[in-house]
Design a protein around this ligand. Structure first.
Ligand SMILES: [Ca+2]
Ligand SMILES: [Ca+2]
Length: 507
């Protein structure tokens, strides 16, 4: 590669969440210079200080365009980077730029360092395809939590958690955004039920208020029982405008009075007809929203009214909280109803790709000739708010024996990232803790940054390829079916940085 020295510039940044009595890490005096001995080595020096932390996590970020984008691949760097760097003057990183297989053009290269005293590595990623789905109970007062969640581009949180009494005066979302102003924080809201557990005054503040306000609008069954779609979740009569108003006013009130202001909400969820879990044991009869004695599943008029009510709910929220308030839909209606999807800023594909897509499910999801493929669905969505966001999430756990005979867990986030890189979606990582429907925080074991896509993916027989500024992705079909639908390889500057070809995985 060519001499870089003319183009190198350096700067330091601080990434730390300040709390009283704790000292933030400080990076200063960042210098970058290529050696003149013909080795091609580049030295990066910096000073690192933190009054009360013996080790810091330091991540390198690079820009090839003078700092406009920080998504240049960070490869072949050794020295004072990683999860345990001691503070001190003249910390030193060596960048063996000559070891990078592909020559890269001259540009305005810059480096910056992100230091964390919470052990979080703020590595670059690209394209903007990283999501987190966490509907569990999280300690939002922990500064490490703010840093961990700030790494995502979009984060689906449980609205009731951040709107609980505990955090009514604690601007958690603001603290996350202080670390990453670009992250979108989206709150989970039920589109059709209230939880019985919200009844007591001691319950979660949001779910209690939701329960109280929607209590007049419970749906009953054809035998007069309380209708539920899931154990403990009472079905609400969204056909009634009063019910929709109660739901939306509750969202508005918490959005305004809480210290935590979401960028938008995730509606969970919209189907073309009411879905009821068939394992309910303590409910008799069939849900009957219009009270005509005909159960919902058999009542065509009621299903039409239900679909219209979903549209009314979305429209009313938009009227109340504005065009700029993001609305993401979970549920299968928007996966194939382009008009309805046109009301959404984003879609969540839950248990991706097992819902919606006919066998072989993953291959169908990426098949341009399938009318409801991911590219098509993305094209139906609104983009006025920075989206669209197509979020693929799957908490199920898959394991296999790798090339060393060891049990290896498949990170579905890594697999779906390959999909997201093809169709400009967002892969959600998950902890895969083994429990059903456990949507909990997870992160990749391999941060990847190869810049922006250069064009659409190219299909060639069993292969799909897409080129990026600094690399490419190659996907090769296997069964086409979850959980092992394809092999893939991701390259950065001519170097293989990730590969999955079960049982092989790299790195
Ligand atoms: Ca510190
Ligand atoms: Ca009915």
């Amino acid at each position: 590669m060519r001499a870089l020295s003319r183009f190198l510039a350096a700067c330091g940044i601080i990434l730390a969440a300040g709390v009283a009595l704790a000292a933030d890490p400080v990076v200063t005096n960042v210098r970058m210079a290529q050696r003149t001995d013909g080795s091609g080595l580049v030295d990066i020096h910096y000073d690192l200080a933190d009054a009360d932390s013996p080790v810091l996590a330091v991540a390198v970020q690079m820009s090839a365009d003078g700092g406009a984008h920080w998504d240049f691949p960070v490869l072949h760097m050794t020295g004072d980077l990683g999860s345990s760097v001691a503070p001190g003057a003249d910390r030193h990183i060596t960048w063996d730029a000559a070891a990078i297989p592909q020559s890269f053009s001259e540009g305005q290269y810059r480096v910056r360092l992100a230091a964390s005293d919470r052990g979080i590595l703020h590595k670059p990623h690209s394209p903007r395809n990283v999501a987190i789905t966490d509907w569990s109970s999280v300690n939002w007062s922990d500064p490490a939590t703010w840093e961990r969640y700030a790494r995502a581009d979009i984060f689906l949180a449980m609205a009731a958690s951040l709107w609980s009494q505990q955090y009514v005066n604690e601007p958690v979302i603001g603290r996350i955004k202080a670390i990453n102003p670009d992250v979108k924080v989206i709150g989970y809201i039920s589109a059709k039920t209230a939880q019985l557990s919200g009844a007591p005054a001691s319950a979660n503040a949001f779910w209690h208020e939701w329960y109280v306000r929607t209590r007049p609008y419970w749906v009953y069954t054809t035998t007069g029982d309380t209708a539920q779609d899931w154990p403990g979740n009472v079905v609400l009569n969204i056909l009634n405008p009063g019910c929709r108003s109660a739901m939306i006013e509750t969202v508005m009130e918490f959005q305004q009075t809480s210290a935590n202001h979401f960028d938008g909400i995730l509606w969970d969820y919209f189907n073309s007809a009411l879905w009821v879990y068939d394992g309910l044991t303590n409910v008799t009869g069939l849900p009957d929203m219009d009270g005509d004695g005909i159960g919902h599943a058999l009542d065509v008029d009621e299903q039409v009214a239900y679909r219209n009510a979903e549209v009314s709910l979305v429209s009313a929220l938009r009227d109340s909280l504005g065009e700029g308030f993001i609305q993401i839909f979970n549920g299968q209606r928007a996966y194939s109803d382009s008009t309805f999807a046109g009301l959404a800023d984003g879609l969540m594909y839950e248990i991706f790709p097992t819902l919606q897509f006919p066998a072989p499910n993953m291959k169908t999801a990426l098949d341009p000739t399938y009318p409801f493929n991911l590219y098509a669905a993305r094209g139906w969505l609104r983009d006025a708010n920075g989206g669209p966001w197509v979020i693929m999430s799957n908490p199920w756990r898959t394991q296999y024996n790798d090339q060393n005979g060891q049990t290896t867990y498949l990170l579905s986030g890594n697999q779906w990232r390959a999909v997201a890189m093809l169709m400009d979606g967002y892969a959600s990582w998950n902890s895969h803790d083994g429990s059903t429907f456990s949507y909990t925080y997870g992160w990749t074991d391999n941060d990847i940054s190869i810049g922006q896509p250069l064009g659409p993916p190219v299909y060639d027989g069993n292969f799909i390829r897409r080129d990026f500024q600094y690399g490419r992705i190659e996907l090769e079909w296997k069964t086409g079916k979850y959980p092992d639908p394809f092999n893939y390889r991701i390259w950065a500057l001519g170097e293989r940085i990730e590969e999955l070809a079960v049982p092989l995985h790299f790195p």
